[in-house]
Design a protein around this ligand. Structure first.
Ligand code: TXD
Length: 326
């Protein structure tokens, strides 16, 4: 028989969505692989280290016949390849090394996220940006300022991860399916995050009615220290399977316009009494990005904890504003 199609992937004939993942490290590569397996889009991975995104992308693409997904995965150093992405996930950055201060990390990652955002926006002016790089609430603020995008289209990933951790711990404690467990964590992505047991449930029942205060407190504390717990095992890196899965859940909500209610780092202008900072709050996430912010009723104690969390984010933002990049 005769087959008239061009050899290989005929890119001009592909009408899939496009996701770019910046940073082909642990979180970036995990997210790219999961997104491809879910057939959310064709994926472009870009990194400054030559060969790494190319090698990982090709390896993922070669798994597609086994995993049974139709998505092209491409690795590159060239931002032209990212053109017209629907969604861009930024994981590029460095992690803190011994002897480095928090400000050192901040000043390096602000530079990286600024530079990456500038290039992304040039080639994909209509995209939605999901930021993963730490310190999260300050990096997503950087991407907002540099991109000039509407706040709905620049979103940070943290709450999905933090609440997934809390859900896992609750399910383990109650010995029930994770499918029956919901959890709610607000605030900045750091020591000051605010797990909300009153809004965390098993089959709709608040966990505060299912376990004693001590067990609830232990779960909240383990959640807030979730990242550090993984680092203490890995020593040389931080978590990436759950973070990768978390950002892909957000990507899916956006790409499929699911209008899911998910905790996101969103730019607040008056909500929760916060003005001009990113903070983790429940959002409706769909094709337009953050389409609504849900304002929960908080007790005095919860509101005070959220305020503390906002002050920590404010501190970081003050520091990067003082760098004078934007
Ligand atoms: O909940 C959350 N938001 C987080 C955040 C959960 C987990 C990880 N979190 C943060 O994401 C973490 O503290 C880091 O700041 C980022 C990425 O974490 P990852 O574990 O993936 O780090 P890696 O493996 O070091 O990967 C970073 C990659 C690496 O391949 C670098 O070469 C690349 O980023 N990099 C760049 N790519 C493109 N462009 C530039 N300028 C660049 N600089 C570094």
């Amino acid at each position: 028989m005769r087959w008239s199609a061009t050899r290989g992937i005929n890119k001009s004939a592909v009408h899939r969505k496009k996701i770019t993942v910046v940073g082909a490290g642990n979180v970036g590569a995990t997210a790219a692989f999961l997104a491809a397996q879910k057939e959310l889009a064709d994926i472009v991975m870009i990194d400054v280290v030559e060969g790494v995104p190319q090698g990982k992308a090709l390896d993922m693409f070669e798994s597609s016949p086994i995993q049974g997904f139709d998505a092209y995965v491409h690795g590159t150093q060239d931002y032209a390849d990212t053109a017209n992405s629907d969604l861009v996930i930024i994981t590029a950055g460095i992690a803190r090394k011994p002897g480095m201060s928090r400000d050192d990390l901040l000043s390096i990652n602000v530079k990286i996220v600024s530079e990456v955002t500038r290039k992304i926006v040039k080639h994909s002016p209509d995209c939605i940006i999901l930021v993963v790089t730490n310190p999260l609430d300050a990096m997503v603020y950087t991407a907002l300022r540099v991109s000039g995008f509407a706040k709905q289209r620049v979103i940070g990933m943290a709450g999905v991860l933090d609440s997934a951790r809390m859900r896992a711990f609750i399910a383990e404690e109650l010995q029930v399916s994770i499918e029956n467990v919901g959890a709610c964590v607000l605030g900045g992505h750091g020591d000051t995050m605010v797990p909300l047991p009153r809004y965390s449930t098993m089959a709709g029942i608040p966990i505060t009615e299912l376990m004693d205060a001590e067990r609830v407190e232990a779960i909240c504390e383990r959640t807030a220290n979730g990242g550090a717990e993984i680092v203490s095992f890995l020593k040389t890196g931080s978590a990436f399977y759950a973070p990768g899965a978390s950002v892909v859940q957000m990507a899916e909500a956006i790409i499929k316009d699911k209008k899911r209610i998910l905790p996101c780092a969103a730019f607040l202008q008056g909500e929760y009494g916060v003005d001009g900072y990113y903070l983790g709050v429940p959002c409706k996430l769909g094709g337009g990005g953050v389409e609504a912010i849900i304002e929960l009723d908080l007790t005095k104690k919860e509101a005070a904890a959220l305020h503390q969390s906002m002050l920590a984010v404010k501190d970081l933002v003050k520091t990067i504003d003082a760098f004078g990049y934007f």
